[in-house]
Design a protein around this ligand. Sequence first.
Ligand SMILES: [Zn+2]
Length: 69
Amino acid sequence: MDESRTDGPTSDEPLVCCVCGAVPPAAERGTALLTWSRGIDRGRTTWTCESCSRENVRAIEGKLDPAWW
Ligand SMILES: [Zn+2]
């Protein structure tokens, strides 16, 4: 029905941040595909928005901190 626009290889995938649930506006979807982090979780594609990716990196670095050992 509404499949006239197929302007990307992943245009059929839902683009939702798996951390905060953010959805990019249609106009920014193409940019989000480039700037968001894409991951695979049990065969499913997951997306992490730009700001959550940044938080993620910080969290991972924080976990590497042995201060609480
Ligand atoms: Zn997010």
